[in-house]
Write a protein that binds this ligand. Structure first.
Ligand SMILES: Cc1cc2nc3c(=O)[nH]c(=O)nc-3n(C[C@H](O)[C@H](O)[C@H](O)COP(=O)(O)OP(=O)(O)OC[C@H]3O[C@@H](n4cnc5c(N)ncnc54)[C@H](O)[C@@H]3O)c2cc1C
Length: 447
């Protein structure tokens, strides 16, 4: 059987794309190499930004996701001086609020990553046009000169198969065979820190997301449904080894020093629950080649600080799904139309990657001057309505309004500027939200 679209990779990118496509009656073959229902919980992004919620809402999943998620309205940042007596002194507090956005989608959802994937897979199984090989590994392509004759080589437990499709989508995450088969250039960068991440029951006082920062460390706390909290602790390379030598108590102490109420909560975890996260960033030269397209982490991986990786993957899938749907409906399956995908998604993903990188740098340097700059930036971001709106709009994915040189001056308080708690007015906000035409311009170009 020949498929319309073959997707390598059943992460959020591949699953969301598959769902968009089968809903448009497109025949999909999805290949996922990992086993279903992994025994060990993998922390791979739990924060669904407003645009991703809108995308799933358009796919008919809003009520289900709302029921399964913990809503987030605010991101609190608290700078503390750590004290010998174990009770940290707060020296600065700020908040960035999703509800500053004039949109129905003015909150984020916290939802365990594997839960989201299982919701998508269960939904997909209801469609006859959905086919999958799980577990199965995409190996490579046959060497046909004609892209339309090209087949994918798939390895399953028992055999090797050749499958053919009109279009091939690489959604295999950071390491991708489909990307390797394209002549893409990959630009990578590393960071001077790592993270430890784990979830556990949360103290009742923790109701919103909070980022605690000291001069040289950082603890992010993000409530999950079911009374849990996902936590992210910044450490230096090599610090995990030292912590392991010192014993698990040293890990617990790293939490108590920021939030003494963590006693009795963080100590329910052991080393085997804790996951090491090594942040990396990459961008590629192009996303499309002939009938091959790459999406999600295959095309761009971002620093996890701003919680964008999973959301960029979902947003890629949305635009590509809509484009392929249009190509089939309008009988315009010429490969050249795929470049629309890159035109829309590459600049957006690269800007979000840049913003995530900037947030990472703000917490990367253990100097007082770096810290003062960070606190100033947070202060002005919170209190200048236009900056507050820009920041939330950009991270929400609902629009993109780049920070100008002038905005950067304002974030360091130059010149001294009028600050206010007011919302940037809905009339001023509206032009900056993405419209249907911004997201899917091909509908307008050809009609
Ligand atoms: C430890 C960790 C923590 C993270 N935390 C956050 C966070 O807090 N917030 C956030 O937004 N993002 C976070 N991310 C990033 C986020 O997980 C990714 O951006 C997102 O999952 C990308 O989705 P994807 O579908 O593109 O790739 P993936 O989720 O990596 O999915 C790729 C899938 O393809 C499969 N695959 C790979 N090769 C093949 C092959 N040859 N054949 C078949 N299948 C294949 C893999 O098994 C995998 O299931 C984190 C990532 C990691 C690793």
């Amino acid at each position: 059987m020949k498929y319309d679209v073959l997707i390598a990779g059943g992460g959020v990118a591949g699953l969301t794309l598959a769902l968009k496509l089968v809903k448009k009656n497109i025949r999909v073959l999805l290949i996922e190499k990992a086993k279903q229902n992994p025994q060990k919980v993998l922390y791979k992004g739990e924060l669904l930004q407003p645009k991703s919620i809108k995308i799933f809402s358009d796919l008919g999943l809003y009520s289900l996701l709302e029921k399964e998620s913990y809503p987030l309205h605010v991101i609190h940042s608290i700078e503390v001086e750590l004290q010998e007596n174990g009770f940290p002194t707060p020296i600065f507090e700020s908040e960035l609020r999703y509800d500053k956005l004039d949109s129905f989608y003015n909150q984020a959802f916290m939802l365990p990553h594997e839960k989201l994937r299982s919701i998508l897979l269960e939904e997909l199984k209801r469609y006859e046009t959905f086919h999958y090989i799980w577990p199965g590994t995409f190996l490579n392509f046959t060497e046909d000169q004609n892209p339309d004759a090209r087949k994918a080589r798939i390895k399953t437990k028992d055999e090797e198969l050749y499958c053919q499709a009109d279009f091939y989508v690489g959604a295999e995450g950071r390491v991708s065979k489909i990307r390797d088969s394209m002549k893409t250039k990959v630009k990578e960068s590393d960071y001077n820190h790592q993270f430890l991440t784990v979830s556990f029951p949360r103290p009742p006082s923790l109701k919103d997301s909070v980022i605690f920062a000291s001069k040289d460390s950082f603890l992010g706390l993000f409530p999950l449904p079911g009374g849990e909290v996902r936590t992210v602790l910044l450490i230096q390379p090599g610090q995990l080894k030292k912590m392991k030598e010192d014993g698990i108590e040293s890990f617990y102490r790293a939490y108590y020093q920021f939030m003494p109420e963590m006693k009795g909560y963080v100590d329910s975890v052991g080393w085997r629950d804790i996951q090491l996260m090594i942040p990396k960033r990459h961008n590629v030269s192009h996303y499309v080649e002939e009938n091959k397209v790459i999406i999600g982490d295959t095309a761009h991986s971002v620093h996890p600080m701003a919680g964008e990786g999973m959301n960029l993957a979902i947003q890629d899938a949305d635009v590509l799904g809509e484009l392929l749907g249009w190509m089939y409906t309008e009988n315009k399956t010429d490969h050249k139309h795929l470049t629309w995908f890159e035109t829309i998604r590459k600049p957006r993903a690269e800007y979000l990657s840049f913003l995530s990188h900037q947030s990472a740098l703000a917490y990367s340097f253990p100097y007082q001057t770096a810290r003062k700059t960070r606190m100033r930036a947070l202060y002005y971001m919170e209190n200048i309505p236009r900056l507050h709106f820009k920041q939330m709009l950009n991270i929400s994915g609902l629009g993109m309004w780049k920070f100008s040189a002038w905005d950067y001056m304002r974030t360091i308080g130059l010149p001294p500027w009028f600050t206010s708690k007011k919302q940037y007015s809905p009339q001023k906000q509206q032009p900056h939200f993405f419209t249907h035409k911004d997201d899917y311009p091909w509908y307008y170009k050809y009609h």
